[in-house]
Design a protein around this ligand. Structure first.
Ligand code: ADP
Ligand code: MG
Length: 588
């Protein structure tokens, strides 16, 4: 006897299951609806929430709107005006293309859409209640509330997930749902600075971003109220263009201010993030993240945007090229190859940290490789060369026994003697610690670190990389490495965890980095050297003579990373002449 087990789901259940892929929480719905508004060329978008979006999500835009025929189709699954066939994905210029968002939203909530095009004299409305679609109706009056425009769209979704209790259970507090919506709007707003964005929760204003340009929008979103300087870098390599805005010197304990946009699409891409973090490794402590907005432009044919239901991830046809392009551009910013970008000096406050070249397009010596040089636009300026402006003849004195003061012609320059010396000492110590004669220290009791047995051959192939760095280690049994000696700089703190981390790093380390000391580098080693550097440096308040000051600046600008002390404080500050003139009201 057969008992049948398989049956076809009824369409309502199937729709609700599918809806969950696209709309997991209110922020997902807002993202989709705002993307629709942007695709409709809106220049103003207003998002309103009640109960964190659970009772009401409303989006108003002044885009080109929909006529009655489009309205009657837009809630259906696979209804889209953006592509016709799969080939269109290769030259996609819209954010949407799956034709699923409105269908999913109407499966997960009660939806009402009012819309008017600029060629129509009235607005039309379509509604669904508990999944039942009402026919399109013409509104009896000229609906004119599209943010000052006579065309646009208003989408209201109420009672989100009322019919999907499983999802409802996973919603967080209204406050944290609002925070997520805000984060999404910030991400989207960076991709469309020419559009104004507002968010209110009940009647409280949460976000208000007037129409603007890229540098102002970036500065608003990245700095969140502070006055750090933002440096901008643009590069293109082959088919990939990269533009970065970086809030110099900011080190955050989370990566939420790392924004990425690829072809105008706000995404969180792991590959791109890894490239960014790798480039920042030198200037940020482990666990600290930069504030950065990164815009990547790439031939759409080399990008697959259809790998994720919410389109939050993409896939590259040539990931290694993208990785290199991003890492190269970030390196140029954080290392020494910085040149003046038109938008660089947007901060009205004293300029912190890294200096910029006064002469553009000059033929200063650079330390870029041939390959990098081939991809440049303008002539990059070597960071060490920039330091040459801080010459003994510009040194006009010392302030508070702490800062060396420089007249740089059109800027007032200050160098913190302690931070500067700390940087110098730190680099000297680091060189010592990673020189080829690394002092190794035998362990009294060997330490063991484990790895997954399937990684055994990888470990065996790579273990010799560690030998050059002062470790004495061998594979032991199926899944362990036994360490008998460590570099002296390692000390003996917390060895078990650190050796486990080391083994993980060894497995992740790209072949090309095998010879660098980065493998042996961890927070404890860093802190040890930074502490030693600090202890052996001139202090704030110490009186130093001119000759000592000059020796210090020479050594500082011979450093690999002269602009920050090991913990990231700036060593140099430059205040533009114009700013000084403002203080004295010579200029308004
Ligand atoms: P997709 O954006 O992938 O095409 P959606 O379900 O998000 O799918 O939207 C379906 C269609 O409805 C869109 O292709 C577009 O034509 C239309 N539409 C949705 N929202 C708007 C809007 N705010 N303004 C104008 N047209 C819209
Ligand atoms: Mg859409």
């Amino acid at each position: 006897m057969h008992t049948n087990k398989i049956h076809i789901l009824d369409s309502t259940t199937a729709e609700r299951i599918a809806a969950g892929e696209v709309i997991e929480r209110p922020s997902g719905a807002v993202k989709e609806l705002v993307e629709n508004a942007l695709d409709a060329k809106a220049t103003e978008v207003w998002v309103q929430l009640e109960e964190g979006g659970r009772t009401l999500i409303e989006i108003l835009d002044n885009g080109y709107g929909m006529g009655p025929e489009d309205l009657s189709l837009c809630l259906k699954r696979h209804a889209t005006s953006k592509i016709v066939s799969l080939d269109d994905l290769e030259r996609l210029h819209t954010l949407g293309f799956r034709g699923e968002a409105l269908a999913s939203l109407s499966a997960a909530s009660d939806v009402s859409i009012v819309s008017r095009t600029n060629t129509s004299s009235s607005a039309y409305q379509i509604e669904t209640t508990s999944g039942n679609l009402a026919p399109v109706t013409a509104l009896p009056f000229a609906f004119g509330h599209f943010l000052g425009s006579d065309h646009g769209t208003r989408v209201r979704a109420s009672a989100l997930f009322a019919q999907v209790p499983a999802r409802l259970k996973f919603l967080k507090s209204p406050a944290s749902e609002v925070a997520q919506v805000r984060e999404w709007l910030e991400r989207l707003s960076l991709t469309r600075p020419d559009c104004g964005f507002r968010l209110s929760s009940h009647d409280r204003k949460v976000l208000d971003l007037p129409k603007s340009n890229e540098s102002k929008r970036v500065s608003t979103i990245l700095q969140a109220g502070s006055d750090f300087r933002i440096l901008t870098e643009s590069q293109s390599r082959g088919e990939i263009g990269v533009r970065i805005h970086w809030v110099e010197g900011l080190a955050l304990p989370h990566s939420r201010k790392v924004f990425t946009s690829i072809n105008g699409r706000a995404v969180r891409d792991r590959l791109v993030q890894q490239a960014v973090f790798q480039a920042f490794k030198q200037s940020l402590l482990p666990g600290h993240y930069p504030a950065i907005a990164l815009f990547i432009e790439i031939d759409p044919a080399l990008l697959d945007v259809n790998v994720h239901p919410t389109k939050a991830e993409v896939r590259f046809a040539r990931p290694a090229d993208v990785f290199d392009a991003v890492r190269g551009a970030v390196n140029s910013l954080v290392d020494r190859k910085v040149w003046r970008a038109p938008e660089a000096a947007i901060s009205p406050m004293p300029i912190l940290g890294q200096a910029l070249a006064p002469q553009l397009g000059s033929t200063r010596v650079t330390q870029t490789t041939e390959r990098e040089r081939a991809s440049l636009w303008v002539t990059p300026v070597d960071g060490a060369q920039l330091g040459n402006e801080f010459t003994p003849s510009c040194h006009i004195g010392n302030l508070f026994n702490t800062y060396l003061v420089f007249d740089l012609g059109d800027e007032l320059g200050l160098i913190d003697q302690h931070a500067a010396h700390e940087r110098v000492r730190y680099e000297e110590l680091r060189k010592g610690a990673s020189s080829h004669k690394i002092a190794s220290q035998a362990l009294l009791l060997p330490e063991v670190a484990s790895f997954d047995p399937e990684k055994r051959s990888d470990i065996e192939a790579r273990l010799h990389w560690l030998a050059n760095l002062g470790f004495e280690a061998e594979v032991f049994g199926e899944s362990s490495v036994v360490f008998r000696a460590l570099p002296a700089a390692w000390g003996d703190t917390n060895l078990r965890t650190r050796l486990k981390n080391l083994v993980e790093r060894l497995l992740e380390c790209p072949e090309a980095d095998a010879s660098t000391e980065a493998l042996a580098w961890d927070e404890i080693v860093f802190e040890k050297l930074a502490m030693e550097a600090c202890k052996s440096s001139i202090r704030a308040g110490d009186r130093i003579v001119r000759e000592e000051a000059h020796a210090l600046i020479n050594r500082l600008f011979a450093c690999e990373h002269p602009w920050n002390c090991p913990h990231g404080r700036p060593t140099t500050v430059r205040i533009p002449k114009g700013r000084v003139e403002e203080w004295f009201q010579r200029r308004l």
